[in-house]
Design a protein around this ligand. Structure first.
Ligand code: UT7
Length: 327
């Protein structure tokens, strides 16, 4: 059976750091509130001339270098993002141009904070079918351009960045074992971003102000659902493969809030050292969060061949999903 195996990881985080103390200077908030409620201490913000495709391309270059794969050998590029600089062309097409990956076909996937998992699942199926041999799967976001910097309920939570994986075909037991995706559109109003131009349901009279276009979230409602569904979908992946939590080396949940990570650990009966955390340094980077975390762990030497790891994400839509990976 053909599996997609991770051959290289990469990430790019913009240079500019915005700390909680920086936020205190222009927002009615405090480092103490943000750290206690979210675990976030700082986030990175893209420069004015940096766009989502730039972040994505840099993460991809690093992943290709680690994999020892040339851009011209890539068959497929999938980018999970909701912050591409254009409605079209896709961010993936711009990445293709930046890398000169001429033989690839490229497209974006929109699933909010679960975007990377949905992108990964797409790529895995192309590998399994034999249609592609080498792919780039990327999560990239400039969330700092989606939030209202006057709204303390949301702007403190997000950051910018990108992460990428190079996948190659493998016929051993290593690779992505399974992916599990879900959506429930009936929750859309709890977390959404209307189009700035005024299209769509978000463009009702009450939203038709200068704030139109900013991300809106009912945080505490999202929190409760996220903890349950992230835990359920992790168990679903283990059950589907006849594996148990004791066999997991590490899990990489979407980095939205340290309290969510702690709650998932509790529900799954996993000790804190099995849950990768970097939300304190990068905040919620939406679809970039899992590939950035994977790249950090990989470069820190935390992942060895054959290790069993689990990734799980949750986001607006609602969308959620998981994947089990034999590294
Ligand atoms: O990535 C996609 C999924 N997104 C998530 O998973 C986010 C999930 N939600 C959360 O992480 C949390 O719900 C938040 C961090 C957003 C909020 O934490 P909370 O413990 O649920 O707080 P809350 O929304 O219930 O608000 C508590 C209070 C409110 O004041 P009142 O109404 O009780 O007086 C807020 O106005 O905290 C206030 N507050 C703040 N205070 C200082 C909200 N944001 C801030 C802030 N600084 N930045």
């Amino acid at each position: 059976m053909i599996r997609a195996r991770v051959a290289g990881t990469g990430s790019y985080i913009p240079e500019k750091v915005l700390t909680n103390l920086d936020l205190e200077k222009f927002l009615d908030t405090s480092d103490e509130w943000i750290v206690t409620r979210t675990g976030i201490r700082e986030r990175h913000i893209a420069a004015v001339d940096e766009n989502t495709s730039d972040l994505a391309s840099e993460a991809a270059r690093q992943a290709l270098q680690m994999a020892g794969v040339g851009a011209e050998e890539i068959d497929l590029i999938v980018v999970g993002t909701v912050t591409g600089e254009f409605n079209f062309p896709s961010t993936a097409c711009l990445v293709q141009k930046n890398l000169n990956a001429r033989r690839a076909f490229a497209f974006d996937v929109s699933a909010a904070c679960s975007g990377f998992l949905f992108a990964l699942s797409n790529a895995v199926n192309y590998h399994r079918s034999g249609a592609v041999k080498r792919s780039l799967v990327i999560g990239a976001e400039v969330m700092s351009r989606t939030v209202d910097w006057k709204d303390r309920n949301t702007c403190v939570l997000f950051g910018d960045g990108a992460g990428a994986l190079v996948l190659v075909n493998d016929e051993s037991e290593r690779g992505i074992l399974s992916t599990h995706l879900h959506t429930d559109g009936s929750f859309w109003e709890l977390l959404f971003q209307p189009r700035p131009s005024g299209w769509g349901p978000g463009a009702s009279a009450e939203h038709a102000t200068q704030e139109m276009g900013f991300l809106k979230m009912q945080g505490n409602e999202v929190f409760k659902v996220a903890v349950k569904l992230l835990s359920d979908v992790a168990l679903e992946a283990l059950a589907a493969n006849g594996l148990t939590r004791d066999e997991l080396k590490l899990i990489f949940p979407h980095q939205a809030n340290k309290r969510i990570l702690d709650a998932i650990g509790k529900r799954l009966g996993l000790s804190a050292d099995k849950i990768f955390v970097n939300v304190d340094r990068v905040a919620n980077t939406s679809s970039a969060s899992i590939p950035i975390a994977l790249d950090e762990a990989n470069r820190q030497g935390l992942l060895a061949p054959q290790d069993l790891i689990l990734i799980n994400a949750f986001g607006g839509g609602f969308t959620w999903g998981s994947a089990l990976i034999r590294w």
